[in-house]
Every structure is written in structure tokens, then in C-alpha cells.
Ligand binder design. Structure first.
Ligand SMILES: Cc1cc2nc3c(=O)[nH]c(=O)nc-3n(C[C@H](O)[C@H](O)[C@H](O)COP(=O)(O)OP(=O)(O)OC[C@H]3O[C@@H](n4cnc5c(N)ncnc54)[C@H](O)[C@@H]3O)c2cc1C
Length: 468
């Protein structure tokens, strides 16, 4: 593949005749190549909080950043006001906004302990996933799986059942073996499956409603290397064989290109091959971004041939690196997202219906979807909690765009297939609907009111989720 700068020549469909690599295509489609544009505005009050997409803003009374666990315990036991724990602010749903105190664990970070024999490691809960990779590698350990990005804190990630993809891989919460919870009243509890199975399985996906998690022990494995292969394939073909591909590769997912017949495909397998992970070529990304911007301008009913023409020019690409550098990516362009998981057996039909609806309703969207698998786990509120594996489907809209009409159009399709919302992503469900989606939801509600009888950890959004 030549990386020489070529001014794109366009055919009559507006697509460049240049051939692109899928690694660049994925980066462009998810905005890695685009510069981060920050609107100029008046400096906000020093306590103001915004989430990653900029869609949520809050003015908490103050931020409390304990320098150690004792300070946190003193604060919780000596005050009564409202609090919300916050991680990296990468959730799209309003889990965090509060007019009380934000509790930030940015001083409680790092690897606290590791167990070489059982391949487990304990982190302070404010550690970002980015930092866990090198810290674990120093002890020949690695996480089993990671989500699409790694900027989240460990506590924030497990609080919403953050997951990657893989028929054999649970969400991160499913690999927690022990955690420390400081209750809303300031009591310190070390919990695991044998000490208190109910509280443990509830606290592994808690939405920050049961207390503040200060340390998390994860079940890991030995360090490993992964090879990622990216290519483009007709969506129908890849969906017809999705299950067998997902069995063949360690991780498998697709990014269906809306208003087209194609998907970008990503397959990851373990390898001993030498590291070879070149960064995407900027000039290739720029040319591809230009081609893609062109079909975004076209009326939706004219996009199919244009997008298909671009998709057909995308060439396969491969990279090899240590696991944590392959599993997570950089996503710099801000967007908002809705994601639901449906029982695996309905994944195919649900995705088809979403794509068909986008086409029939001429939804003016260019962002690809994302389709992944999540293995079942024992948590109470996990996206794949219970006895069934799940498939997850994500839809996106650029930050600053009104996501409501598009998300309102698609969300009922997820409900039709028994979908569960990703807690950290946008959805419109409340307690009445949620009770029917998780076998232990009512148990969680009861446990939550026992742990936090005065509701000091609730905000408006959590009230809708847990109080009908
Ligand atoms: C670009 C992007 C890509 C993403 N990719 C994926 C993906 O591939 N897979 C996926 O599943 N999700 C993904 N997400 C969603 C993200 O992983 C979750 O929303 C995650 O919860 C964010 O973690 P955070 O550290 O930013 O926590 P925040 O968003 O700040 O908080 C999330 C929740 O955690 C709670 N919390 C935080 N710290 C604590 C604590 N110490 N104790 C108790 N509760 C706490 C908060 O109260 C809140 O309820 C993505 C998000 C973005 C922006």
C-alpha cells in the first residue's frame, strides 16, 4: 500500500478512485482523524462539570477529591447532603449531574496489589483503563477484554457494565472478583462472591447508586499479543455468517455503513507474530474523510451508490500489538450514543430491522452502527446479566446534532426484541419498564433503598430508574 499523497480523483458517484485501508476507514468513520473542535465560550464556573460529548452540563455544589480512603470515609460519615461519584465523565446518560457534591477519585489511582498465582490484580478505583495495561504488563498480566476506548476509570466502567466484544467475553464487571465499597453512611465493606454474593453481584454494576467503590480486583490472564484484521464485506454476507465468525475469532464485530450494502468488519485473534502496528497514514485519512463528507451532503435516497463505491475501494488491513493497544482506540470526534443489548438469538433480526428502518425512513445519519457480542454474567444489572448471551447494537449521532428524532425512531425497535439499555448511553426507560428486563431488578431496588435510605446518592435520572 503506497502512502504517497494523491489528490483524490472522483468518479461520477463522487467517490475517490484511490484505494483506502480499513484501519483508516474505521478511524475516519468514528472520527479519529478529525481535529477536536472546541467551541469558544465564556470560562465556566470552576466547579462546572460536562460529560465527554458536551451534551450534559451540571453545576455541583463542589467537587470532593479525597487524597485517601480515610478522607472519603470521614466525608461520607460526617455529612448528609447529596453526592454523585464521577469517573472520566464518558457516559452519555445523565448518571452524574447533581447539585450536591461530585466525588472524584482522581487521587485514588494505581495498582495496589497483584496475585501472580491466580492472575488477579487490585486497582485503586480511579485508575483509568489506559493506565491498567502497562501496570499489568509489568507483572505479566492483562485484562481479558477491553471496550472500544480506554479513557474510562475502572470504577466508572464497571458501574455501567462497560464491555467489548466476543462470544466468550463478559463485560468488565464479569471479571471483578472483589471490590471495596464505602457506603453512603461511610461504612467500608470488602465484598466478593463468597462473603456476600447478593451485594457483590449488585455492586459490580451499581450505576454509583450503592456507595463509592474505592478498589477493584480483576481476574486477568497472562500478557498476550493480538492481531487485528479489518476489511469491508456486504452486510448481508457477514450477518449470515456472524455466529460462526464470532466462534472462530477471539473478538469479532461489525460497523454497518448506513444507507449502503456494506459493513466494516473487525476480527481479532491471538498471535505470536512480531509487533507491527503502523499509525494510519494522515493523507489517506484526509482523502477518505473528504470522500465520506461528500455522501453526507447528498440526499439520503441517493447515498447508496456513493457509499457502496467508497466501500468497494477500502482494502483490508492488519496490525499486531500487545492486547491493550489493539482492543481500545482513540475516538476524538465527539458524539452521542444509544446502545441496547438483545438476547443473542434476536441480534440478527434486530440489526436488520434497525438498518431497514433507517433506509425506509430516510434517516439523515452517516455514522456507522456497531454490532457486538457480550457473554452472560452473574451481575444483577449487567447488559448480559442472567442466563443468556447478548448482542449489542449501537447508534450514534455527532455531538451538537439533535439526536432525539433518530434515537426516538430506533429505540422502539430495541424494545420489541427485549433490549436492555447500556446504562451509560442515552435511553428513555424508567423503573416500570426496567423491572421486566432484568430478573434481579426489583432486588436491586430493594438493596439500593436499604443501602441508601435517605436517597443521598440519587439524582433526577436515578430516581426515574429506581423509583416508580
Ligand atoms: C467514545 C466512547 C466510547 C465508548 N465505548 C464503549 C464501549 O466500547 N463499550 C461500552 O460498554 N461502553 C463504552 N462507552 C461508555 C463508557 O464506557 C461508560 O459510560 C462508562 O461508564 C464511562 O466511565 P467513566 O469513568 O467515564 O464514568 P462516568 O461516566 O463518569 O460515570 C459512570 C457511572 O459510574 C459511576 N461511578 C464512577 N466512579 C464511581 C465510583 N468510584 N464508585 C461508584 N460509582 C462510580 C458514576 O456515578 C456513574 O453512574 C464509551 C463512551 C465513550 C464516550
Amino acid at each position: 500500500m503506497s502512502h504517497s499523497t494523491v489528490k483524490p480523483a472522483h468518479n461520477r458517484n463522487g467517490a475517490s478512485r484511490r484505494r483506502f485501508l480499513t484501519s483508516s476507514a474505521l478511524a475516519v468513520a468514528f472520527g479519529q482523524a478529525a481535529p477536536l473542535v472546541q467551541a469558544k465560550r465564556k470560562p465556566p464556573p470552576p466547579t462546572q462539570w460536562r460529560n465527554w460529548s458536551g451534551g450534559l452540563v451540571a453545576d455541583p455544589k463542589a467537587r470532593f477529591s479525597p487524597s485517601d480512603e480515610d478522607q472519603l470515609v470521614d466525608f461520607l460519615s460526617s455529612t448528609r447532603g447529596r453526592i454523585r461519584p464521577v469517573g472520566s465523565g464518558h457516559s452519555f446518560s445523565p448518571l452524574v449531574p447533581t447539585d450536591g457534591h461530585l466525588v472524584v477519585l482522581d487521587q485514588l489511582t494505581g495498582l495496589l496489589d497483584h496475585d501472580a498465582k491466580n492472575q488477579q490484580a487490585t486497582f485503586a478505583a480511579g485508575t483509568t483503563l489506559t493506565n491498567t495495561g502497562p501496570l499489568l504488563a509489568a507483572h505479566n498480566q492483562a485484562f481479558m477484554n477491553l471496550p472500544d476506548i480506554d479513557r474510562q476509570t475502572l470504577a466508572g466502567a464497571i458501574a455501567t457494565s462497560t464491555h467489548g466484544t466476543g462470544l466468550d467475553f463478559k463485560s468488565l464487571s464479569g471479571y471483578v472478583t472483589e471490590l471495596r465499597l464505602v457506603t453512603p453512611a461511610g461504612e467500608v465493606l470488602d465484598i466478593n462472591e463468597s462473603s456476600n454474593a447478593d451485594l457483590f453481584n449488585a455492586a459490580c454494576v451499581s450505576l454509583g447508586a450503592l456507595g463509592v467503590v474505592t478498589r477493584v480486583t480483576m481476574q486477568n490472564r497472562d500478557s498476550y499479543r493480538l492481531k487485528v484484521k479489518n476489511w469491508v464485506e456486504p452486510t448481508q454476507d457477514v450477518m449470515d455468517n456472524f455466529r460462526s465468525r464470532a466462534s472462530r475469532y477471539r473478538h469479532f464485530e461489525i460497523f454497518p455503513l448506513v444507507h449502503s450494502d456494506y459493513s466494516m468488519v473487525q476480527a481479532i485473534e491471538e498471535t505470536q507474530e512480531p509487533i507491527n502496528n503502523p499509525p494510519p497514514a494522515p493523507e489517506e485519512e484526509a482523502a477518505l474523510a473528504q470522500a465520506m463528507a461528500m455522501w453526507a451532503q447528498a440526499p439520503t435516497n441517493q447515498r447508496r451508490p456513493m457509499i457502496n463505491a467508497v466501500a468497494e475501494q477500502i482494502q483490508p488491513s492488519e496490525a499486531v500489538d500487545v492486547s491493550y493497544k489493539i482492543l481500545s482506540n482513540l475516538r476524538n470526534t465527539r458524539f452521542n450514543e444509544m446502545e441496547y443489548s438483545v438476547p443473542l438469538e434476536y441480534g440478527y433480526d434486530c440489526l436488520n430491522e434497525v438498518l431497514q428502518t433507517i433506509k425506509e425512513e430516510a434517516a439523515d445519519v452517516v455514522f456507522p452502527l456497531e454490532y457486538r457480542y457480550i457473554k452472560r454474567d452473574n451481575t444483577w444489572l449487567g447488559m448480559s446479566a442472567g442466563n443468556e448471551d447478548h448482542a449489542s447494537i449501537s447508534i450514534h449521532r455527532m455531538a451538537g446534532e439533535d439526536y432525539r428524532p433518530y434515537f426516538d425512531l430506533i429505540e422502539p425497535i430495541f424494545w420489541k426484541y427485549g433490549g436492555r439499555p447500556h446504562w451509560g448511553k442515552i435511553h428513555s426507560l424508567g423503573a416500570l419498564q426496567l423491572r421486566g428486563l432484568y430478573p434481579r431488578f426489583r432486588d436491586f431496588e430493594a438493596l439500593r433503598s436499604k443501602m441508601d435510605p435517605t436517597g443521598r446518592m440519587l439524582n433526577a435520572h436515578l430516581r426515574e430508574l429506581f423509583i416508580a
